[in-house]
Ligand binder design. Structure first.
Ligand SMILES: O=P(O)(O)OC[C@H]1O[C@H](O[C@H]2O[C@H](CO)[C@@H](O)[C@H](O)[C@H]2O)[C@H](O)[C@@H](O)[C@@H]1O
Length: 283
């Protein structure tokens, strides 16, 4: 059924603010930034993070959209270079990646980043002992991301329960080393304070002078970006907040409840980006 904006009904925002966001993106795409999380949004969730790859439709959809908007930015907890590699983003025109929740930036083939936080080395050394001391079950494993450490429970027999049981000891260890804990889908990440996806996105939108934004994410780390867009709406920016309801996992409730539109995981995000691309090219 038509929507008046040429968009399929299932990709029509359900809120007034979201419809206004979409309308303004379509009316002036050159003023719009399209901002996208990586895991769960561009790449399907898999048990082994090193095997995550962008949905096969991502490169084509971004190639058809990026030249017509002010910028496309991937805002991720991943190291920026890894998101580029796993996302197949190298060579896509005008795409920027803000990695490590905004601490790193990849642009034109170059990564820029501050020095590694001094607490990471101590946390790295102490983490195996701390996990053993609380009896973390088989399948618990640590992803060493260089600037941060992610404790994953997806491969344990009881992932949710294990995550809950590890919250307090991981919190304590992070605090001891001047780090904070970023919870996510069956993961507790010990990372430096001082930056989050909201600050990263706000800085990028200001830098580019954006007047509208589409932000799509799937996880708790994306709540800060949602909050940033909600705040910027009060200052006149138009925003469309999209929740990628990861297929196979229940969507993250807090994000789905605040979204203007929920789509069916990375495949749904690709359909949305492709439809947006078609619409802006047809103008
Ligand atoms: O900000 P994002 O792009 O969403 O990255 C956040 C974290 O994602 C990764 O973990 C998640 O995806 C894994 C692969 O699908 C999955 O196995 C895991 O359960 C998810 O939590 C990544 O491994 C982390 O380092 C990122 O911080």
């Amino acid at each position: 059924m038509g929507t008046g904006m040429g968009f399929d009904e299932k990709r029509m925002p359900v809120t007034d603010a979201g419809r206004d966001g979409l309308r303004r993106i379509l009316a002036a795409p050159g003023d719009a930034v399209v901002a996208l999380d990586f895991d769960g949004t561009l790449a399907p969730i898999v048990a082994d993070p090193s095997r995550a790859r962008a949905h096969p439709g991502v490169a084509g959809a971004l190639r058809g959209l990026a030249p017509f908007v002010r910028a496309v930015v991937v805002v991720t907890g991943r190291p920026a270079g890894l998101a580029v590699e796993y996302g197949g983003l190298e060579g896509l025109p005008g795409v920027v990646v803000l990695g490590h929740y905004g601490a790193e930036r990849w642009e034109d083939g170059e990564v820029t980043a501050p020095p590694v936080h001094p607490g990471v080395a101590g946390a790295r050394a102490a983490l195996p002992g701390a996990l053993a001391a609380v009896g973390a079950p088989e399948g618990t494993w640590v992803e060493d991301k260089g600037r941060s450490l992610a404790v994953h429970t997806r491969r344990t027999a009881a992932p949710e329960e294990t995550l809950e049981s590890l919250r307090a000891p991981v919190d304590a260890l992070a605090a001891e080393h001047g780090l904070v804990v970023e919870p996510g889908r069956l993961v507790l990440e010990l990372r430096p304070p001082g930056v989050d996806k909201g600050a990263a996105l706000t800085g990028f939108l200001r830098e580019r002078g954006a007047r509208s934004v589409l932000y799509a994410g799937d996880d708790l780390g994306d709540l800060a970006a949602f909050a940033a867009v909600e705040k910027l709406r009060g200052e006149g920016l138009a925003g469309l907040l999209v929740c990628s309801g990861a297929v196979g996992d229940a969507p993250v409730r807090e994000l789905a409840d605040r979204a203007d539109l929920v789509v069916a995981g990375p495949a749904g995000v690709v359909e949305l980006l492709a439809e947006l691309g078609e619409a802006v090219r047809a103008r």
